[in-house]
Design a binder for this molecule. Sequence first.
Ligand code: MV4
Length: 497
Amino acid sequence: MAVTKILIANRGEIAVRVIRTCREMGIPTVAVYSEADRGALHVRMADEAYCIGPAAARESYLVIEKIIDVCRRSGADAVHPGYGFLSENAEAARAFAAAGITFIGPRPESIESMGSKTAARVVALRAGCPVVPGIQETMADEELLAASQKIGFPVMLKAAMGGGGKGMRLVHKAEDFTSSLARARGEALSSFGDDSVYVEKAIVQPRHIEIQIFGDTHGNHVYLHERECSVQRRHQKVIEEAPSPHVTPEMRRAMGEAALKVAKAVDYVGAGTVEFLADADRNFYFLELNTRLQVEHPVTEWITGLDLVKWQILVARGEKLPMTQEEIPLNGWAIECRVYAEDPDKNFMPSPGKITFLRTPSGRNVRDDGGVYEGAEVPMFYDPMISKLSTWGPTRLEAIERMRAALGEYRIGGIRHNIAFHEALMEHGPFREGALHTGMLDKPFWKKKEQGPDLKFAVAAALLHELETEQRRAAQPAGHADGKPDAWKHWGRFNRL
Ligand code: MV4
């Protein structure tokens, strides 16, 4: 399996991330871009770049034939799909193989076996991995009600072909069942073109904990420990960390071994993630196997010291995994904040536009995986995530404090962003205590109570004072002749106010 020149069939920060490892490994890279991404960072960083059509992903990043055509023109013999777009598309994996191109990802059969949630449950059950109590069959309405009564309320109705929480309904009692089912079916049909629904026992205040797995073409499989992804909003992850504050060494081993049972059952090759729900008693249940590299992979890289993209490439070349299970390190703690071009004060509405100013944090154990630069546009056509800021520390609290400090350095001008929201989270009591669950952002913790008049006046007075001092300083010649800090130092403090 030749991997001598890699086409990255993606955009934004993940394309940049993959290009970086390719450069380290001495592998030439080919970028593809839509008309909206002409000036994008990944286009500038790759060795070559080809336009593949209009802004709409359906007409560019998602068109398999266009990607294959660019492989032919550029001589790329491998495709890295990143996440999203074609990454979990079995048809694409097959088409690349048929064209003699190495797909840097799992076999199409593995992707397909996880395409339906009910089929995935069957695989996990047969493999001996715990799944949420429930059914594997899609049923008619009356049978579903009977099954729910047998499982016991509350239950969760889920779309068989679902994802991202669409077509999912929590049902507290039998009286609500019929109307909830109708809604779940309606949503499933409009989102996935299939109204099949199944039912599971509802796990209350669950945690989302996932295991990073890797497989090679020689039948070896390892797990790279867990990531905790419970801090999310409307099924969008906001903060991820590794390891999980909820997981003990015994639970880690049990989850890792359960994840490997699923991996072996589908002869998994490459990077994958087994998602689990965990309850307060540390029971854990299989949800799905994501057959791609995940957005949040940097926290795993921090605690293991490994390069997951490099491992993907090694495995795609047919090499053996570089380590055995016992050799996989687990060191310290890492946190990742997803930086979005969105307005937390306007219900997190996307905020595309030109980035007029950009200063990213850096320093010891700080990493910014960005996909933009000062002067670049954040197009309105794609996910508005512009970077992932991650920090490492020997302990969880040190990683959090480093993150808080790094967020304080971040400056993005021209668009709205969620950095202040992340700063508030770093100071949020339940978050700092590790009391995480998937509903923790449902209530707006970051909106401070209406401030009393005293505080308002105090803030106004402080601002006025800063402004006046600033004007006086600016009028003076630059320098430290009078022993006072110069205007720039002052400006920095002013900017923080
Ligand atoms: C659940 C659940 C409680 N009980 N299943 C949401 C997305 C989908 N991948 C699985 N999800 C859930 N399934 C049972 N049986 C609660 C959720 C859930 C959730 C899971 C992971 C991350 C965030 C979540 C937010 C709300 C609900």
